[in-house]
Design a binder for this molecule. Structure first.
Ligand SMILES: NC(=O)C1=CN([C@@H]2O[C@H](COP(=O)(O)OP(=O)(O)OC[C@H]3O[C@@H](n4cnc5c(N)ncnc54)[C@H](O)[C@@H]3O)[C@@H](O)[C@H]2O)C=CC1
Length: 301
């Protein structure tokens, strides 16, 4: 029997990927909504659509993601990332649906020397991070069956991300300054979707083997934005997307101040998801080749 999946934020960076993959998977009947179709802060609409769809799974890819703007739009960020998430969790509970919710490395302060494990206590530096943490808490409080998937440094074919920004700037400038004192695991959006599909498969074949909880999933190897930028330019030149790479200088975060301070250590430990679901860390290097090749096709069209 096909399973009914309700997807929110279906046109975001990760949401678009989820939409593409779930739409073509015959195991699932997909009910996908972008923000204009379902604003998750509209409690009565959330309830109404849940009652119509009667989902087996709710995947929340909707979020307020403007990290810097959240510093001055705290209420807006909280409304979407906490209240909206609470409404989804309550409605998922009412329909006995599994809630798969995306969260972030920004729940952590980033002052640890080692990758963060799921049990580490969040201590966000920013309003965005705090809103995402409180959203996690809302899921845990309201929903009996949930997976919170924390990821980081997402890139892919859709939406805005660091890889696309570097390709654009690389074509416009001969020199760039990039921070080298923040470390993380670049994560391909398509691999996040693969991980979610593995989790759903397990849930539907043997739900009793699913433990509600928080899971970390990112790409490896971990590196700095500076090293990631250099890897992007090497690949872009190799594929002929750029004639020549810009020169790149490593700078400190202090030399590139932003309204929201980023965690210095965004590395997430990946053992739990490997142990419980057999999901290996994503290999961002292979994915980067694919994303740049897709970018090349698009600019040639
Ligand atoms: N992009 C990244 O590097 C990372 C993202 N994440 C998490 O992954 C999730 C998805 O992120 P992305 O796809 O990158 O973000 P995105 O900004 O591309 O997509 C978010 C989507 O949510 C929608 N949205 C915003 N407010 C809404 C509302 N009130 N009701 C319904 N939809 C609403 C937007 O229209 C957009 O389609 C978020 O939970 C984010 O916190 C976690 C770590 C890193």
């Amino acid at each position: 029997m096909t399973k009914r999946v309700l997807l929110t934020g279906a046109n975001g960076q990760i949401g678009t990927w989820l939409y593409q993959r779930l739409r073509e998977d015959t195991q699932y009947e997909l009910f996908a909504f972008n923000r204009t179709e379902l604003d998750i802060t509209d409690e009565s609409l959330v309830k109404q659509l849940m009652a119509t769809v009667k989902p087996d799974v709710v995947i929340n890819a909707a979020a307020y993601t403007a990290v810097d703007k959240a510093e001055s739009e705290v209420d807006k960020a909280m409304q979407v990332n906490v209240e909206g998430v609470k409404y989804l969790a309550q409605a998922a509970k009412q329909h006995d649906a599994l809630l798969v919710h995306l969260s972030t490395d920004y729940v952590f302060r980033g002052d640890s020397d080692v990758p963060y494990v799921e049990q580490d206590k969040p201590s966000p530096l920013t309003h965005y991070g705090r809103s995402k943490w409180l959203g996690e808490e809302a899921v845990i409080a309201e929903s009996p069956a949930y997976i919170i998937l924390r990821t980081a440094w997402v890139f892919g074919e859709y939406g805005h991300n660091f890889v696309k920004t570097m390709l654009r700037l690389g074509a416009e400038r001969t020199h760039l300054n990039i921070v080298n004192d923040q470390l993380g695991g670049p994560t391909y959006a398509g691999d996040i979707v693969n991980a979610i599909l593995v989790i759903l498969q397990r849930y539907f074949t043997d739900g009793s083997r699913i433990k509600s909880g928080i899971y970390h999933f990112t790409g490896i190897p971990y590196m700095s934005w500076y090293d990631f930028a250099k890897a992007i330019f090497i690949e872009a030149v190799a594929q002929g997307v750029l004639q020549q790479a810009p020169t790149v200088s490593a700078i400190s975060s202090a030399a590139y101040p932003t309204p929201a301070q980023r965690p210095a250590n965004s590395r997430l430990a990946l053992d739990k998801i490997a142990k419980d679901f057999g999901i290996a860390p994503s290999d961002w290097q292979a994915a980067l080749q694919q994303v740049i090749s897709d970018y090349k096709k698009k600019i040639q069209e």
